[in-house]
Design a binder for this molecule. Structure first.
Ligand code: UTP
Length: 294
């Protein structure tokens, strides 16, 4: 039987150069989509998937993320004294339980694979989730499961390692990690190969690795080698390619949409999509958009 997925890694040590100057003094994970920081949306998704321990791999200038997941005594006291009980309750329900968060530093941004490796001692010897905190997901209309919940369901079915994927246009594949498709089970398929940022026209499929993973702890021994890949960075995809030689990998096709808030366009589109999914602002936003486009 598969082990339960209890722990998740959130690598938040990247520099966010695509979003300068906004990210000069503010971590990109703290930019807001509607009224929640991007990283809070991702933690919400992990909680819904049953994650109990939240591990943040941080870097210099990322202190605001740690503060966001801590108590804010003065603010909470002020809200209570002013009888703002709705706002107070909302803050308290977002607060992770005491001891349910860990923060470790990636001393230099050497790549996503290196960031995940920095969490090895906190993870220990159990399968775990990785969520890229600048990628946020919304379920398809009428569905409620976000991407990590679907990945956990796929893990319960297949065991081994799971990668969430999404289809893109063939001319976009060179920007992403790409998987090759083997036996197809409908919502999931066997992964027979992976490649990071293949040159245009050489990708084995249109399925990109979209930012949610369930990995076996054997990945750490491979990441330990610190081999550099695309862009001179220690890539998670390269370690997964090695692990796939001995362990099964399956893809889960997420039934919804992923927004890359680390890019300007992705961030703007995410705000519109999440706004339209929020009952308190959807109607007003739709009317404003209509006015702008008419
Ligand atoms: P990205 O490449 O999207 O993030 O990495 P970045 O480097 O911050 O962005 P740009 O390209 O400069 O704008 C994917 C995720 O991996 C994390 C990032 O924080 C992001 O969430 N990451 C990346 C690390 O934690 N450490 C690294 O060394 C690299």
């Amino acid at each position: 039987m598969s082990k339960r997925i209890r722990k998740a890694v959130f690598p938040v040590a990247g520099l966010g150069t695509r979003f300068l100057p906004a990210t000069k003094a503010v971590p990109k994970e703290m930019l807001t989509v509607v009224d929640r920081p991007v990283v809070q949306h991702v933690v919400d998704e992990a909680r819904e998937a049953g994650i109990e321990h939240f591990i943040f791999v941080t870097g210099r200038g990322k202190g605001a993320i740690e503060d966001h997941f801590d108590m804010a005594y003065e603010l909470e006291d002020t809200l209570r004294r002013r009888n703002k009980s709705k706002e107070y309750e909302a803050l308290m329900s977002d607060l992770p339980a005491a001891g349910a968060t860990s923060f470790t530093r990636q001393q230099a941004p050497l790549g996503l694979g290196h960031a995940v490796w920095c969490a090895r001692d906190i993870i220990g010897d159990e399968p775990f989730a990785v969520l890229l905190p600048d990628m946020i997901t919304l379920p398809a209309r009428g569905k409620s499961a976000r991407c990590l919940a679907e990945a956990v369901a796929a893990y319960e079915k297949h065991g081994g390692n799971i990668i969430a994927v999404e289809e893109v246009k063939p001319e976009e594949t060179h920007q992403y990690g790409i998987v090759a498709r083997g036996k197809d089970y409908g919502a999931t398929f066997e992964i027979t190969g992976m490649v990071e940022k293949p040159p245009q026209g050489t990708a084995p499929s249109n399925f990109i690795i979209s930012g949610r993973y369930i990995l076996e702890p054997e990945i750490f021994a491979l990441l330990e080698k610190h081999e550099k890949g695309a862009g001179g960075e220690i890539q998670l995809t390269d370690a997964m390619i090695h692990l796939a030689k001995t362990r099964p990998f399956h893809a889960v096709r997420f039934d919804g949409r992923t927004y890359d808030t680390g890019s300007k366009l992705g961030f703007l589109v995410a705000n519109v999509a999440f706004g339209l999914a929020r009952p308190d602002v959807a109607e007003g936003l739709r009317a404003e958009l209509k006015k702008m486009l008419d």
